[in-house]
Design a binder for this molecule. Structure first.
Ligand code: KG4
Ligand code: ZN
Length: 331
């Protein structure tokens, strides 16, 4: 079965084709970073308009790269939520129209399911069950994944998501949007241990997370530091260390609590090298394997949606021709 996947939940237009036999046939991405950079964050209306402009050409480009005619597709998957309502509607409308025109089934996929299944596209995919750390701009969750569609929430952020904390802290440090990768770059120049921020919610049992207090601690330190470049790099380093160590402690607890020896790290923050290195150590100490999507599939992309949609369509799941989007949608 060959499934076209469409991702438009935020500021990336992603399209891919996944084939049940041959794997990923092609994927294309248009990032809107340049569109939103001047505003310091994603402007929802501009995001929707850009998806409208980009999506159909990107679908054609992806099909050409896969060497497929539209009629050779067996189904269409799209991100149904969570995300920006207008942006989601563009993907949903295009996907549904294509499915209608081609007389193929369409399926709305949960964006976070896409993220947590993304490591299945790699050469050494994890087997079920696994523990997944989902860390993106909108979510920070630990999930026990028993199978496709069988998810148990182990813990989640009670306030800001990890990516959101990276973005807000980057902004406080005067770094351009998107903040996460910029902050990581600055943190590399910082001296480890010169500053220290708290590891929130690690002093009590449990797997929930919290990052808003950390942001406040950074704010106070930034105010004191003024614009001394060395101190700003040290702040970035101390912030990243605090987030990484907090996530490492919670992942260790999740591996211990579940007894499952496989850890998956997904979502945009999973692109962070310091986090990857630290979690590799944690997993190794537990005799657990750790699985990441390739860097390009940590952040939003069409491939993860094509894959998740393929799993569901191949299992016989079907939806009626009417559609809606679900901007807020628990996993
Ligand atoms: O998964 P994603 O592309 O979009 C959402 O579904 O939210 O994640 C985007 C988030 C942003 O907050 C971004 O700053 C963060 O992932 N991010 C990073 C890095 N690359 C992206 N955070 C820390 N270090 C990075 N290298
Ligand atoms: Zn995402």
């Amino acid at each position: 079965m060959r499934v076209l996947g469409i991702e438009t939940s935020c500021d990336e237009t992603g399209v891919a084709v996944y084939d049940g036999g041959a794997g990923l046939l092609a994927h294309r991405l248009h990032s809107q970073v340049a569109t939103h950079a001047g505003y310091g964050g994603v402007v929802p209306e501009l995001a929707s308009r850009d998806h409208v402009r980009r999506l159909m050409p990107l679908v054609q480009e992806t099909l050409a790269a896969a060497g497929l005619a539209p009629g050779e597709l067996d189904g269409i998957a799209y991100t149904r939520g969570p995300g920006l309502a207008g942006a989601l509607l563009v993907g949903a409308a295009v996907a549904r129209s294509l499915a209608w025109g081609l007389e193929r089934p369409a399926i709305g996929v949960h964006h976070m399911e896409g993220h947590l299944l993304a490591p299945m596209l790699e050469p050494d995919p994890p087997s079920f069950p696994f523990v997944a750390l989902l860390v993106s701009g909108g979510h920070s969750q630990l999930v026990l994944v028993a199978d496709v569609g069988r998810y148990r929430l182990l813990g989640e952020s009670v306030d800001d998501a990890a990516g959101e904390a990276f973005d807000k802290t980057a902004k406080l440090l005067g770094l351009p949007y998107p903040g996460g990768p910029e902050l990581e770059r600055l943190a590399r120049k910082g001296t480890p241990g010169r500053l220290r921020f708290p590891r929130p919610m690690t002093d009590r049992p449990g797997l929930d997370l919290s990052f808003s207090g950390l942001k406040t601690a950074v704010l106070n330190t930034v105010r004191e530091a003024g614009d001394d470049p060395r101190t700003r790099a040290d702040i970035a380093r101390a912030f990243q260390d605090a987030v990484v160590e907090t996530l490492a402690i919670k992942c260790r607890r999740a591996l211990e609590a579940t007894g499952v020896p496989r850890l998956v790290v997904a979502g945009g923050v999973g692109a962070n090298t310091a986090l990857r290195e630290r979690l590799a150590e944690v997993a190794a100490r537990h005799g657990a394997s750790v699985h990441y999507p390739r860097l390009a599939f940590c952040t939003d992309n069409g491939a993860m949606i094509a894959y998740a949609g393929h799993c569901r369509l191949a299992a016989g799941e079907r939806q009626g021709p009417d559609f809606d989007v679900t901007p807020r949608w628990p996993l």
